[in-house]
Design a protein around this ligand. Structure first.
Ligand code: ADP
Ligand code: MG
Ligand code: MG
Length: 268
């Protein structure tokens, strides 16, 4: 199966070092939870893995499927079936969830160039390979059923005042449709309400399986009341300072991140 291997990764933003030597391996079929206090670099890590140009990698390597992907564009990484939720935000206003999903699927299929800014993919000038409507609908219906999403949802406009939970639903529907081999999910620190949390958890549980590896980034232990990860890692000041099984999350819940800080200082 596919592997994402991160070796001694260092990265800066605006000249400021944020990642200070991250080592991590995520294999297809495994669910990893990445925890850690706010500001420890979790979102930075997911951005660097996806190739966000705002971040400068100063040292280390990222390997995916046996290739060092550091020089690859975000688009090329996505075509290799590495996924970060909402990597294709659509600038076109009024586009439905269904169309948004169709475009993101077309974007990662062989032979298609990334969507140019302002390009209308259904316009005459566009030379994009499209997915036959019947094929797309069938695939979408299959994923909607799996994730218990109803028709009214996919017909709504993508920018149409979605709640936190609905945004997550769209994001996860996209993930299901694109069938990544390794998926990164960042539960933003803005905090999910309990409904959104359940949507995310149930969906992850529905999607997890031998073909998908998931790196679930979460500030809060509560997510792990619903999802049982295979591995738990704790990031602290730009490094993964502790890795373990699901029990590590419980230990963190009980003792907090301060405990971690003390144990790091003791061990040098
Ligand atoms: P986490 O996701 O663990 O909360 P982040 O990766 O978001 O952590 O942030 C790590 C550090 O990088 C923080 O100190 C934050 O202030 C800084 N940082 C993140 N994004 C930016 C940015 N766009 N510009 C400047 N500093 C940033
Ligand atoms: Mg943060
Ligand atoms: Mg974050």
């Amino acid at each position: 199966g596919s592997e994402l291997v991160i070796k001694n990764l260092h990265a800066n933003i605006e000249g400021k070092p944020i990642l200070r030597g991250v080592n991590l391996v995520v294999r297809q079929g495994e669910v990893h939870a990445l925890m850690g206090p706010n500001g420890s670099g979790k979102s930075t890590l997911s951005n660097v893995i996806m190739g966000n140009p705002k971040y400068e990698v100063t040292e280390g390597e990222i390997w995916f499927k046996g290739e060092n992907i550091l020089e690859y564009s975000p688009d090329r990484r996505a075509r290799m079936r590495l996924f970060l939720a909402f990597q294709y935000p659509m600038a076109i206003p009024g586009v439905s969830v269904a169309n948004f999903l169709r475009r993101s699927l077309e974007a990662i299929r062989e032979g298609n160039k990334p969507l140019e800014e302002g390009e209308n993919p259904s316009g005459k000038a566009s030379k994009r390979k499209t997915i036959p409507p019947g094929e797309f609908r069938k695939l979408l219906q299959e994923k909607m059923k799996l994730l218990k999403v109803d028709n009214s949802f996919i017909n709504r406009s993508i920018n149409d005042g979605f709640s936190g939970g609905e945004k997550k639903r769209a994001e996860i529907l996209q993930m299901a449709l694109l069938e990544p081999e390794i998926a990164l999910m960042d539960e933003t620190d803005s905090g999910l309400d309990i409904d959104a949390l359940k949507i995310v958890s149930e969906s992850v549980n529905a999607l997890r399986g031998p073909n998908m590896g998931i790196l679930l980034i979460t500030h809060y232990q509560r997510m792990l009341n619903y999802i049982t990860p295979d591995f738990v890692h704790v990031m602290y000041e730009g490094r993964i300072v502790k890795s373990g099984s699901k029990e590590l999350a419980l230990e963190l819940e009980e003792k907090g991140y301060e405990w971690l800080k003390e144990s790091i200082e003791e061990n040098g």
